[in-house]
Design a protein around this ligand. Structure first.
Ligand SMILES: [Fe+2]
Ligand SMILES: [Fe+2]
Length: 231
């Protein structure tokens, strides 16, 4: 029997949580290498643990809905550079893409998934929703430290990434097609494709781009990459 929609959604969430744990472990290593302050490094360490907890919770949720206990595919990480000149652009890219965008979008997204959830999905989403605000804050705190310590080139680097980052999120969310969900799907935390895109665009336009602009970072390229107003 092919896996149900609920099984596919929760299996992909297990993979996403392990991927987040791996990316954050890589960032933790890089923050140590570039001499980031202890509180930032400690929060990054906490986020690795949170993401491993989320992966286990999502796996338990998958099994609770009768999903198969199978290995998930996790995106491999690139090797870490060792020179500061190479490390900094990597750290900036991860901080902005994964934390200032990914984790900041995750805050309203998981809240929306939680809204109509019950049972095993609600248990997992209760914990995930609590953690995502901390994960998002790590991104903005790390960005502020990078801007303070390394100056204008960081803002220029961030601005240069924005269009590519937004196109990447649009492509990922654009692959979602399922609109028709029944009450059981909503109770299992599933959202229609249009709601993913609505949350993405609203969060980028109302939260992420204003925060970047308030730090003196040009968002012109980002606005050009996302011309549609939120639905
Ligand atoms: Fe997570
Ligand atoms: Fe997270």
């Amino acid at each position: 029997m092919p896996p149900s929609l609920i099984h596919r959604v929760w299996a992909s969430q297990v993979a996403a949580e392990y991927t987040s744990a791996g990316i954050t472990a890589g960032l933790l290593h890089q923050l140590i290498l570039i001499g980031a302050p202890d509180p930032l490094v400690r929060v990054a360490h906490r986020v690795v643990t949170d993401e491993l907890d989320h992966a286990l919770l999502c796996h338990e949720t998958l099994l609770a809905y009768g999903g198969a206990d199978q290995p998930v595919e996790v995106v491999p990480l690139l090797p870490t550079a060792t020179e500061l000149g190479q490390l900094l652009p990597e750290v900036v890219a991860t901080v902005v893409r994964t934390f200032c965008f990914g984790e900041t979008i995750a805050v309203p997204l998981f809240a929306a998934m939680r809204k109509d959830a019950s049972g095993p999905a609600l248990k997992a989403l209760d914990r995930i929703v609590l953690d995502e605000a901390v994960h998002s804050k790590l991104g903005w705190d790390a960005l502020d430290w990078l801007l303070d310590g390394f100056g204008d080139p960081i803002g220029t680097l961030v601005a240069a990434h924005l269009a590519e980052i937004i196109e990447g999120f649009e492509a990922i969310y654009g692959r979602r097609t399922i609109e028709a969900l029944d009450a059981g799907d909503r109770a299992a935390g599933l959202l229609p494709a249009s709601q993913y895109r609505q949350v993405l665009r609203a969060t980028v336009q109302r939260t992420i781009l204003p925060r970047l602009a308030s730090r003196g970072i040009s968002t012109d390229a980002a606005l050009a990459a996302m011309p549609l107003p939120p639905a």
